[in-house]
Design a protein. Sequence first.
Length: 140
Amino acid sequence: MEKDAEKIFRELKDDISTYAELKLELIKLNAYERTGKVIASLSYGLLLSALIFFAILFAMLTLGFLLSKWLDSTAAGFAIVAGLYLILILLVIFQKERIRLRVVNLIISALNSDEQKKDAATQPASGDEENKSTSEDTAT
């Protein structure tokens, strides 16, 4: 009887240690996945920012040359464009907190995307019924 209990406890110990190792591996893989998603989001944001930067730069150069032609003064045309850039800089400075919060929220949403998918997967049945009843109510 003692040998059976000892065998059971040894097997239980092995199972618990295997479970702990697998759980740790799962945590590591989830961390890698989330880190990858954050890096992908940041890379996308940087690429998009660079493209927007060049689009604005060339649009402002075009505007500068256009205003220079209309005003018959290169300096005046590009001075107006420089003034527009200063206005844009001031807008960014005054919206600093809003921009920071938006970036933080994007990073947090990238980190929590797995939990949101799991929550959405467990609740569509009840949500669909509510949507059908509200759409039927609005149709009548």
